[in-house]
Write a protein that binds this ligand. Structure first.
Ligand code: PGA
Length: 220
């Protein structure tokens, strides 16, 4: 069986100082080689964290929270795949906050997926409805199923229902799917126990390292 993924989406949080403490606290506790931890920090921290992870040989992977739909060039404020690849292996695409607050549409999301794949970045594409999978062109992606009603609300979706929804998604596209939405130290193992849930994407409970450690200690 493949390792399950525990992904931490820090969103627009965490300073340099806090990030160093987070990494130290979490790596002291982290012993479980059966899971892959992927941190999605803000862009400002990718350089610092990738250096720190390398120097200390920490078992942590890094991802970017977004990617430019364009190649490198005159696109002010955007970060291209080539620039991300210097520091990270994963990229989050089409998070519901980006779809709603920044008007990301399917065309843009598909362009971002192409850019990620061009630079050998692993795209984790977020969808909040099962039928959104129909609009994605590539099969070389992982999906994160995140119902809007569960994001940042403390209203996690029932794991059995999530598993059924993932079955629906996988009849359309045979790709790995992780779940996100109010995952915490209490409920994480209910999701990971389901065979077709390949991991979890955690927002709020990933910010405080002690909360994240609780999650790591409760994965099985
Ligand atoms: P949450 O966020 O864990 O705070 O619900 C999940 C996400 O937005 O990916």
């Amino acid at each position: 069986m493949k390792n399950k993924i525990i992904a931490a989406n820090w969103k627009s949080n965490i300073t340099k100082f806090e990030a160093k403490k987070w990494i130290n606290d979490v790596s002291l506790e982290f012993q479980n080689s059966d899971i892959e931890i992927v941190i999605f920090p803000p862009f400002t921290l990718l350089d610092l964290l990738s250096g720190y992870i390398k120097v200390n040989s920490l078992p942590l992977s890094l991802g970017a929270q977004n990617i430019s739909p364009f190649e490198s060039g005159p696109y002010t404020g955007e970060v291209s795949g080539a620039l991300i690849k210097e520091f990270a292996d994963y990229v989050l695409i089409g998070h519901s906050e980006r779809r709603t607050l920044f008007n990301e549409n399917e065309e843009m999301i598909n362009r971002k997926i192409e850019e990620a794949l061009r630079f050998d970045l692993k795209p984790i594409v977020c969808i909040s409805e099962t039928d959104q999978v129909k609009n994605l062109n590539s099969d070389k992606i992982m999906l994160a199923y995140e119902p809007i009603s569960s994001i940042g609300t403390n209203k996690p979706e029932d794991p059995q229902l999530v598993s059924q929804k993932i079955n629906e998604i996988q009849t359309e596209k045979r790709v790995d799917v992780i779940y996100g939405g109010s995952v915490d130290g209490q409920n994480v193992k209910d999701y990971l126990a389901k065979e077709n849930i390949s991991g979890v994407l955690i927002g709020s409970s990933s910010i405080d390292p002690q909360n994240f450690i609780k999650i790591l200690n409760n994965v099985y």
